[in-house]
Design a protein around this ligand. Structure first.
Ligand code: DGY
Length: 331
């Protein structure tokens, strides 16, 4: 059946929903109660061709950032697909202009993962500053031999200045957590926050203005054509020597060669990274660096948050099927 008017759904038969990855049980249960659900219980990553093939039976797709909806993929989606409801806040994996031009609705899941992602950013900040990855390796590989005053000395976080690049929902929660460590917050955002929301954070009108103030820097802006490779060799050079850089946003914001060179030369003390270009085939240079604290894109990976992301995606789906405007429409 081809749907041109979503408000007629439900009167004919349950809309068919293709889910690209294994979702939390509670989310799949709710989905199955109302829709004809095509699930992926083995959690296999579909190729674009497989995805397109499976989409031939779907009216709506619940997708993750692991599936790339390029202009070409969107052009080849079956006519009946009317929406892509993402199980993610980031939607850089979807060519939204292509979706818009085909009239395909695209939604995301903001708000619900801000706490979990800020927790991960804080973990990376502390772990990078205190050399957690290096220390853990020493213990696990039985290379820990001794204690001395000069052993494994890192950087103290308490009371230092933290720069936040992108003061959206996650950035603001990160600022709040960092204040618990007595950190002074500086930030850059497209627009300054209302003074009431700043809680004393200091706004810098450009990235270049912000960086010299940041012995610690946490990245929270979306990946867009404007932020692609934003942190390059020149900008890393604007940070104070021995800075710590944390990224829980998207790998694309960082020029890997530039960061790896700065970590190798110790111009940058350490990096804490949860996201990378070309995941999971990350730049091999990172694996060799003892001053890189690396996590496998688990920013939002808590039970509570993954449930909440799923329910938020379903709320958007329900709205689309009911012919209402979904809360989190991005295209
Ligand atoms: C997000 O929600 O964008 C996370 O990175 C997982 O995709």
């Amino acid at each position: 059946m081809t749907h041109t008017n979503t408000s007629t759904w439900g009167k004919i038969e349950a809309p068919a929903v293709l889910v690209t990855r294994k979702l939390p049980d509670a989310v799949e249960d709710r989905l199955r109660r109302t829709y004809k659900a095509f699930l992926n219980p083995d959690d296999r990553l579909y190729s674009s061709d497989e995805l397109l093939n499976k989409a031939s039976e779907a009216d709506i797709i619940i997708a993750c950032h692991t599936e790339k909806f390029t202009a070409d993929v969107i052009a080849r989606l079956p006519e009946r697909v009317v929406a892509i409801c993402n199980f993610s806040v980031g939607y850089d994996h979807v060519d939204t202009a292509a979706a818009k031009s085909r009239g395909i609705i695209v939604t995301n899941t903001p708000d619900v993962l801000s706490d979990a992602t800020a927790e991960t950013a804080m973990l990376l900040l502390l772990g990078a500053a205190r050399r957690a990855s290096e220390g853990e390796m020493l213990v696990r590989t039985r290379q820990w031999r001794d204690w001395s005053p000069s052993f494994m000395v890192g950087l103290q976080v308490t009371g230092k200045r933290l720069g936040i690049l992108g003061m959206g929902r996650v950035g603001q929660v990160m600022a709040q957590r960092a204040r618990g460590f007595g950190m002074e917050i500086h930030y850059h955002n497209r627009r300054p926050l209302d003074p009431a929301a700043e809680h004393g954070a200091i706004y810098h009108p450009t990235v270049d203005n912000l960086l010299p103030h940041c012995p610690f820097l946490s990245i929270h802006c979306p990946a867009t054509p404007e932020t692609q490779g934003l942190l390059d060799a020149r900008r890393f050079g604007l940070l104070p020597k021995n800075a710590v850089v944390v990224n829980t946003a998207r790998g694309a914001i960082i020029d890997d060669d530039a960061l790896i060179a700065a970590l190798r030369s110790r111009q940058i003390f350490a990096a804490g990274l949860d996201v990378f270009n070309n995941e999971p085939e990350i730049h091999p240079g990172y694996r060799e660096l003892t001053n890189a604290f690396l996590l496998p894109h688990i920013g939002s990976a808590t039970r509570e948050t993954r449930d909440a992301m799923g329910f938020r995606a379903l709320d958007n789906l329900d709205a689309i099927v009911a012919g209402r405007e979904p809360k989190d429409r991005v295209a």
